[in-house]
Ligand binder design. Structure first.
Ligand code: ZN
Length: 480
């Protein structure tokens, strides 16, 4: 008898299940100590599936990088473990959303020997501490590289002082031959985008190579040509770059971003080419980009265009989106021209190119993160399953888990509409929804949250954007 009654779910248990807490004390999040804007699609990858384990990096308390890991066969989580110190972090953790810098959230890669690398903590670098930035203008923090002391082990970390401290928006691209490229912007807005290449599992890096050039505009010397870019694997031994233009005004600064551009790096000989296969001369200036790598021109119509992602099909043709007017706008290269753009409802996310005609996107929407799919090469899109949803929350997506799959596609952070503190629950989303964890393991700041939730919210007129509006070109602007 006992065996059968155990399987009957009581009403209280049903209610707990509906609220996301199972009778076994499971919750849907893997930690509640994500802080401020813990993840984004920009700093990527921030998670990787490697030999049965999904490793995840995110910004936690004090804006420090934290790591969790999920062993899929054992169904067991470990972490969070603090992997380093972000020089831009504040103590105590602020509650005003304008105070965290957020640019220094971590990117992560697992090298060919299983060591886990994070790069974090940079927002251009402080010139007082670091001296002159030869490829841009200074900012804050220090781009920092740490590595796990042991392979496939998140418990202990050490600093490797072998990259430029001036970086921000750090991005790793690992090639099939084991070479690892670290891309980043070499300073604050008015800086080159560069890469440093490692052929020895990130133990040493070659000096920075400029890809996108910052410079004063000839026609209006108040405007500096600047960029937001995203780099990832192309077909074979290539890396794609998709980017947007930022007219960075010295006086009267705005967040304007326009246009969309694409090109690719041939890693065998470090040459770059545009979608049509023409060789490019680097570093790319604004005028040169307009002539050679333009995907879409939104400058004339003054439609703002934010960086998206780019993936390739079996032919190596790029499929990409830029974020325009609250939607993602999809483009693909047809071999001789860009297909007419199609808007897909969604805020941000990533895509999987199954073939030239079949593409799936995993996108954040209002209170949800859902699949969208095309089977006609992007002309029409249908909404699929939602992997997480809540009427009282918003979700910030990451780029896809590197080598991820149905057991864990994407990491998201959650912000509930009611909360007035900056801690975020973090989720790993697979085809079955969030990968759960026992509540006592996942609630890492439970007591602190009780205190914060009992405190009154800070008055609206003291909140972030208003208080700091116009104070700094970078304030609160972490590419979100
Ligand atoms: Zn700017």
């Amino acid at each position: 008898m006992k065996g059968t009654t155990n399987r009957v779910t009581s009403l209280p248990c049903m209610l707990l299940l509906l609220s996301g807490i199972s009778s076994a004390g499971m919750v849907e999040y893997f930690t509640d100590n994500g802080f401020a804007n813990p993840v984004a699609t920009m700093q990527h990858p921030c998670a990787e599936y490697y030999e049965g384990v999904t490793y995840i990096a995110y910004q936690g308390p004090h804006e420090d990088p934290y790591v969790c890991a999920y062993d899929h066969a054992a169904q067991k989580w470990s972490g969070p473990v603090k992997a380093g110190v972000n020089p831009m972090g504040k103590t105590p953790d602020p509650v005003d959303p304008s105070e965290p810098d957020n640019h220094g959230r971590p990117a992560m890669i697992v090298d060919g020997k299983g060591y886990i690398h994070l790069v974090f903590g940079g927002h251009g670098g402080c010139w007082r501490l670091l001296g002159k930035n030869e490829l841009g203008t200074p900012g804050k923090g220090r781009q920092t590289h740490v590595v796990s002391k042991n392979p496939q082990d998140i418990s202990s970390w050490e600093v490797l002082d072998n990259i430029s401290p001036f970086g921000t928006y750090s991005q790793f691209v690992k090639m099939a031959d084991g070479d690892i490229y670290l891309f980043y912007r070499h300073g604050s807005h008015r800086s080159d985008w560069v890469y440093q290449k490692s052929t020895d599992n990130c133990r040493t890096f070659a000096p920075p190579v400029s890809v996108l050039k910052h410079k004063i505009q000839e026609s209006d010397r108040n405007i500096h040509d600047a960029w937001y870019a995203w780099f990832d694997n192309g077909k074979g031994d290539t890396i794609t770059a998709s980017y947007v233009y930022h007219p960075c005004r010295i006086l009267g600064h705005t967040k304007e971003r326009y246009n969309g551009y694409y090109m690719k790096l041939n890693c065998a000989d470090d040459s770059w080419e545009n979608a049509g296969g023409n060789t490019l001369t680097l570093p790319i200036t604004k005028e040169y980009a307009d002539e050679n790598t333009l995907v879409c021109d939104t400058f004339e119509t003054k439609v703002r265009s934010k960086r998206g992602v780019c993936r390739v099909d079996d032919n190596g043709n790029p499929h990409l989106f830029f974020r325009q007017q609250g939607q993602v706008v999809y483009f693909r290269w047809l071999g001789n021209a860009w297909q007419t753009p199609v808007a897909v409802p969604g805020g941000d996310g990533d895509m999987i190119v199954e073939s030239s005609n079949v593409v799936r996107m995993l996108l954040s929407g209002k209170g949800e993160v859902c699949w969208w799919k095309t089977e006609d090469g992007g002309l029409t899109w249908n909404k699929g399953a939602c992997l997480i949803s809540s009427p009282d929350a918003g979700y910030v997506p990451t780029a896809l888990v590197r080598n991820g799959g149905p057991a864990g596609w994407m990491v998201v952070s959650e912000r509930t509409t009611a909360q007035h503190h900056l801690y975020r629950k973090m989720f790993l989303l697979g085809d079955k929804g969030p990968v759960g964890r026992p509540e006592e393991e996942a609630s890492n700041v439970k007591e602190l949250l009780k205190t914060l939730e009992a405190a009154p919210p800070i008055p609206k007129n003291e909140k972030g954007q208003k208080k700091n509006r116009g104070k700094s070109e970078e304030k609160g602007d972490d590419d979100e």
